[in-house]
Design a protein around this ligand. Sequence first.
Ligand code: SF4
Ligand code: SF4
Length: 107
Amino acid sequence: MAESRQLADKADAAAGRKPRPVIDRDICKGCGRCVAACPRHVLRLSSELNRGGVRPAEYLGEGCTGCAICYYNCPEMYALEVHTPAQGKPRAGRAGRAGVAGKASPH
Ligand code: SF4
Ligand code: SF4
C-alpha cells in the first residue's frame, strides 16, 4: 500500500499537482548545499556525472513541501527552481499555471 502511495506521489509531482524542485542537471555544480539544507531530506546527489563532470542534485520524487529552502541555498543561478501548484484562483493570464520560486521563470 505504501508503495502505491509513493508511486502516486511521484506521478502527482511529475504532473505538477504537488510541489517539486526542478533541477537543471547540467547547470548544477554538485555542491550539495541544497541536499544539506532540505528539511525533508528529499534531495541527493546523483550517482551519474553531468556534462561538467560533477554529480548533480536530483529529487527523490516525493515528499517535497515547496518550502524553497533549497532554492535559497543554491549559489548557482538557473540551477534550481521550486514549482508549486496553483492555489485558489489562477493568476491573471496564467490559468492553472504552477507558481515558481526561481531565478529563471520558464514563462
Ligand atoms: S522545496 Fe523544501 S522540501 Fe522541497 S526539495 Fe526544496 S528544501 Fe526540500
Ligand atoms: S545547491 Fe544548486 S548547485 Fe549546489 S547541488 Fe544543489 S542545485 Fe546543484
